[in-house]
Design a protein around this ligand. Structure first.
Ligand code: UD1
Length: 344
């Protein structure tokens, strides 16, 4: 219902902030919990400039059980939670696995324990196509088997999905929608919010835009000897605003009690795979900027190719990726130019 209060954990982060914007524009009242470990307080100004509304924000860590308990008491009557707060760097998770398990798994457990205490029944969980590993069948749909995780980060997503599943099958009154994202990219068309990687970006598109603006000398393309048409890896790049909208639909579905089962899984992707080299070519053509790059060796742990079958989300949620890849890459580029202007 319009005006219902939604808690967004990690709401200052990349996908979280875009989702806050869409929730507010759909009439929901948003409260954000974020420890700012991988986000900036300035994001709240961007959200306010886009929507005209400053969301409630608490600088709080989901690992702080007592703090979270107090939070739920303060902002009573929360109808649903979208749980983004988690760490997401694959390489870092290999270096520091225990910290990843603590942060991603314990954060979720705290929330799941506090939900019934405070009468909250609905949770949307941020998962990833990483749970499918290298799928045997492409495009991959939600019935595909879960493959052994290739990193502690990927394993935290599998474990969190399992914890939610076990809780719901225990006969609890809880309901959940698990969204498995493919590769979110781009920024809000206003260029007021976007991805803010700290240090050298791990992900492809922030590395592309930082190279295009001259912050990095050249992009390394990790491998051109894969079994794909041009030899580079293939991913399903989904516009972050389109992705954010899937969360609003999921929340509405739960609050309107439209779920036939208390636990549902949806792939959120475009249904189209693009190679790294294709993405570079589209970026150059869409922005008019030449991108220096070189082919280097494979990145350990990379999946060769994965793209979504988003049919289930298309038909059951009525959600569909709408933004073209050109507009999405232009939005990432506009955002990069905007943040560099602000920093200079
Ligand atoms: C990875 C995770 C995904 C996670 C996401 C969030 C796996 C298998 N995938 O996605 O679950 O949600 O990170 O951080 O664990 N590339 C380059 N040069 C670069 C950077 C990337 O060529 O400088 C290539 C990669 O080899 C890959 C593609 O670009 O083929 C996309 O890479 P990236 O943006 O890092 O995302 P994933 O690895 O797909």
């Amino acid at each position: 219902m319009e005006g219902d209060k939604i808690l967004v954990t990690g709401g200052m982060g990349y996908i979280g902030s875009h989702t806050v914007v869409e929730l507010q524009q759909a009439g929901y009242k948003v409260v954000i919990v974020d420890n700012l470990s991988n986000s900036s307080i300035e994001t709240i100004g961007g959200i306010e400039r886009i929507t005209g509304i400053r969301p409630y924000f608490e600088n709080l860590d989901c690992l702080d059980y007592v703090g979270m308990d107090r939070f739920f008491s303060k902002y009573e009557n929360i109808k649903a939670i979208i749980h983004f707060a988690a760490s997401k760097a694959v390489g870092e998770s290999v270096q520091n696995p225990v910290a990843y398990y603590r942060n991603n798994v314990n954060g979720l457990i705290n929330i799941l324990e506090l939900m019934p205490v405070h009468g909250v029944q609905n949770i949307v969980f941020s998962s990833s196509c990483t749970v499918y590993g290298q799928p045997d069948v492409l495009p991959v749909d939600e019935t595909a088997p879960i493959k052994p995780a290739t990193s502690p980060y990927g394993n935290t997503k599998q474990i969190c999905e399992e914890i939610i599943r076990d809780l719901i099958f225990s006969g609890s009154a809880m309901k959940s929608i698990i969204l498995r994202y493919f590769n979110p990219i781009g920024a809000h068309p206003s260029a007021e919010i976007g991805e803010l990687p700290i240090g050298v970006p791990n992900n492809l598109v922030p590395f592309i835009t930082q190279t295009a603006i001259g912050l990095r000398e050249k992009l390394s393309v990790y491998g051109d000897d894969y079994n794909t048409p041009d030899g580079s890896c293939i991913r399903d790049y989904i516009n972050v605003v389109d992705l954010a909208k899937a969360h609003v639909i999921a929340v509405k579905r739960m609050l309107d009690e439209q779920q036939p089962e208390p636990l549902e899984y949806f792939n959120i992707g475009t249904g189209k795979g693009l190679s790294v080299l294709e993405l570079i070519a589209i970026f150059e053509q869409a922005t008019g900027v030449k991108l220096p790059y070189e082919i280097v060796g494979r990145r350990p742990g990379d999946i060769e190719q994965v793209w979504a079958n988003p049919q289930k989300a298309n038909t059951i949620l009525g959600w569909k990726a709408e933004t073209s890849i050109e507009d999405t890459l232009r939005s990432a580029w506009a955002w990069e130019q905007n943040i560099r202007r602000e920093k200079n």
